[in-house]
Design a protein around this ligand. Structure first.
Ligand code: UD1
Length: 419
């Protein structure tokens, strides 16, 4: 298994380029199932989850070509298998995104029910009740969700909770339904908007994406399209945290500052200088005295849960006490105990973590537990004295494209090795 060896306390300096958003790429790849024509996607990050989604599509019978490292051409004209099997769903919950498109186009789909995962229960009940409202019949058979439908019928669906992939799944299904579907309390994340842009290019009629009410007028058929995936706002946020925690200076290019509002605000409150130098670049100066600030995770446009762990790492180096509240997932503080092993003072109680900052961190052997937790351990290691070994970096490989190369190019002492 791959590990990272990191020697800390070098301020990062230089330019770092953000890859395409994994969380936008995954639903856009699933959207290719909606058409018999080819969908071409550019700016895909080269990360494990994208490879898993590619495998899922190929196993179903899609023809997938990769003319360049960040481009895929997906053709779903010959689908022979309508199932997302347990082996894939257990490694990537986003496999559930195949459900809506398969059901809408072929009238049947089966997806293994995702079990609990490291960051909590993460049920898919809202995806399923939404599909039922569109007319699907859903049964649970040997751990698989089996859904069948004649043509889906548009209706009004009010989400009990904001769900990102739930909104995406239903938006895709409703694109091929008969009549109009209105999604209320829909997720407003930029990744939902990006998917809507692609679907509209494919001939869908979607309006309101980016607001909490999305209206979808169903069409009989969707065509192929070409689309460039938006930049990864969480990767960009992770680099902001890297500049903050090392007291460095980074120019972050290829990002969309408009998607980073709440993240930039919080880091600014903590004392960081962040300047928008163009529509696609930020200059971050972390050579400041960091002050503790509280943060609570909420759906977009508020502070993202996917930046909580990285912000916590940063707060271990800030003056004072910060309270971090996790409102989206019930069990997303596993990184706290690993950071405590490095000398941080973090007290977790239920959904809150109290971080007493300004502690000198020291290198240790630590274990990555999920994607964003691993990123936070890399950050803590960059701030720590001496050597940190991070085990199970396959978690970070699920969502960060060549993170060690990108950090190394800014002066970080980080290497990948295998034992
Ligand atoms: C997506 C992101 C993930 C991010 C999360 C929250 C992708 C591929 N993943 O995950 O990186 O951390 O949004 O921003 O885009 N819920 C239910 N029932 C459901 C669905 C969700 O109760 O049917 C709950 C979840 O348990 C959670 C909350 O709703 O408490 C939000 O989850 P959701 O937005 O669905 O997360 P994902 O789409 O899985």
């Amino acid at each position: 298994m791959d590990k990272f060896r990191i020697i800390g306390r070098t301020p990062l300096k230089g330019q770092v380029h953000v890859s395409g958003a994994k969380n936008s790429a995954l639903p856009c790849m699933a959207a290719a199932l909606l058409s018999e024509e080819t969908v071409i996607l550019h700016n895909l990050p080269y990360v494990r989850d994208i490879i898993t989604m590619r495998r899922l599509l190929e196993d179903m019978g899609c023809m997938v070509l990769m003319p360049e490292r960040s481009t895929l051409k997906i053709n779903a004209s010959k689908i022979a298998f309508f199932e997302a099997p347990y082996e894939l769903v257990k490694t990537m919950r986003a496999s559930v995104l195949a459900l809506g498109p398969l059901l809408a186009r072929f009238g049947r789909a089966s997806v293994s029910l995702p079990g609990g995962c490291a960051i909590g229960q993460r049920p898919i009940d809202l995806h399923l009740s939404g599909l039922e409202a569109l007319g699907a019949k859903i049964e649970l058979r040997s751990g698989n969700v089996v859904a069948v439908a004649d043509r889906l019928k548009g209706t009004r669906i009010i989400f009990e909770k904001v769900t990102v992939t739930g909104t995406e799944n239903l938006m895709m299904a409703a694109s091929l339904a008969e009549g109009i579907t209105v999604l209320e309390n829909a997720a407003r994340e930029p990744e939902v908007v990006d998917l809507a842009v692609l679907l509209n290019r494919m001939g869908a009629r979607i309006s309101g994406a980016g607001t909490s009410t999305i209206t979808i007028e169903g069409v009989a058929k969707l065509r192929g399209a070409e689309h460039t995936i938006i930049p990864d706002r969480i990767e960009a946020g992770t680099f902001i945290a890297a500049a903050a925690i090392t007291g460095g200076q980074l120019e972050i290019t290829g990002c969309n500052p408009d998607h980073l509002g709440a993240v930039i605000d919080k880091f600014r409150q903590a004392g960081l200088h962040i300047e928008r130098i163009s529509d696609v670049a930020l200059l971050v100066d972390g050579n400041v005295r960091l002050e503790a600030v509280d943060v609570a995770t909420e759906p977009f446009p508020l502070f993202p849960t996917d930046m909580q762990a990285q912000f916590m790492a940063t707060m271990t180096q800030a003056r004072g006490r910060s309270v971090i509240t996790e409102n989206i997932f019930e069990n997303r503080f596993m990184h706290a105990s690993e950071m405590c092993r490095m000398g941080a003072s973090i007290n977790v109680q239920g959904r809150q973590a109290v971080v007493d900052g300004n502690r000198r961190l020291t290198g240790a052997k630590v274990q990555a537990s999920d994607l964003r937790a691993s990123a936070s351990l890399v950050l803590a290691a960059l701030a720590a004295d001496g050597e940190t070994i991070i085990d199970r970096v396959y978690h970070i490989d699920r969502g960060y494209d060549r993170i060690e190369e990108k950090l190394r190019s800014c002066g970080a002492q980080i290497e990948r090795f295998r034992e």
